[in-house]
Design a protein around this ligand. Sequence first.
Ligand SMILES: C[S@@+](CC[C@H](N)C(=O)[O-])C[C@H]1O[C@@H](n2cnc3c(N)ncnc32)[C@H](O)[C@@H]1O
Length: 259
Amino acid sequence: MSKPTRAGRFEQVHAREQGAWTVRDPEQHGRTVQAMFARIAGVYDFMNHLLSAGRDRAWRRNVAARIDGDAWEILDLCAGTGDLALACRAAGRGRAWLAADFCPSMLRGARGKKGADQLQLLAADALALPLRDHSVDAVTVGFGVRNFADVRAGLGEIARVLRPGGQLIVLEFFRDDPGARGQLRGVAAPLRVAIAAMVRMLGRFVGRDGGAYAYLPASMDQFLTAREFRDLLAEYGFSDVDVERQTLGIAHIICGRLP
Ligand SMILES: C[S@@+](CC[C@H](N)C(=O)[O-])C[C@H]1O[C@@H](n2cnc3c(N)ncnc32)[C@H](O)[C@@H]1O
């Protein structure tokens, strides 16, 4: 398959052949992602902390700190094993926490964690949420938007369920952007290559799923840059869009607010 043009990247993201996985249509993509997370659900938390050297905890705390103190209902999309929703709860942000994910095996991983009895777990696709318009104060997405078959459809749903003035806070690994400066610049290419190799190796030997852990660096390299994602948020009506590098730009937090 030919390489997408820059303009077509949003629509074609994930539609290229990449190492261990090939996805050509959105429905198939959703099923592939769901099955992949179901396979690794049991080792997900352990691998997350290992691969990020424990930094993922601080990144989630930084997301929580961004949420308005008077936010009531927080929707954590692509919630996985619940750590981001739990970080918001632990930080005293929000009064009600809805953790939504389309992979029930991942959601089951939240059970037994401190504060998990306060979360409402919802098995749902972020691209077609069973929620009323303008019903939540803040949406958080940790390492989720990169998996969407259609990023625009996901942002449309988020804008639909957020109340006026509501916040979106995204934590993500974005594609490298050599032209970017300051907060928008991620890790430099050689460090990125080294991290990708480590993720593949540890995924294969420790996580016991080479395919799933080859997906992480491959999907990072296909996804939008932080700059492109920031511009896309503005297109969906988000203002005050702010980007914050996490740990040398390995990850970024991007926040916006609806008018
Ligand atoms: C990398 S995990 C992130 C989990 C968690 N947010 C964290 O911070 O560790 C990505 C999660 O997104 C979920 N996911 C991907 N696409 C989704 C979609 N369209 N709707 C709902 N969940 C989705 C996967 O099932 C998986 O649990």
